[in-house]
Design a protein around this ligand. Structure first.
Ligand code: SF4
Length: 66
C-alpha cells in the first residue's frame, strides 16, 4: 500500500499531522510530509482514517501491491 498527499488539494488544515503524527509531519510552511509511505499493520487503519478526515480530500491510500 502507498500513502500519499496531493499538495495541490491540501488546505493545510493539519488534521493529518495532528491526529496521525506517526504517519504525517507538518512542514514549516504548513504542508504535510508523509512519514510512512507504505503503512502496514495498525498503520493501515490510521491511514484510512486520515483519508476520511482530510477536509481537502488530498490524502490517498493506494491498495495496489508492489
Ligand atoms: S488533513 Fe488534508 S488538508 Fe489537512 S494538512 Fe493533511 S493533507 Fe492537508
Amino acid at each position: 500500500m502507498k500513502l500519499s498527499v496531493n499538495l495541490d488539494r491540501c488546505i493545510k488544515a493539519a488534521e493529518c499531522s495532528t491526529y496521525h503524527a506517526e504517519l504525517f509531519r507538518a512542514r514549516d510552511d504548513g504542508f504535510p510530509v508523509v512519514v510512512v509511505e507504505e503503512p502496514s499493520g495498525d498503520q493501515v487503519e490510521d491511514a484510512e482514517d486520515a483519508v476520511r478526515v482530510c477536509p481537502g480530500n488530498a490524502i490517498s491510500l493506494s491498495r495496489e501491491e508492489r
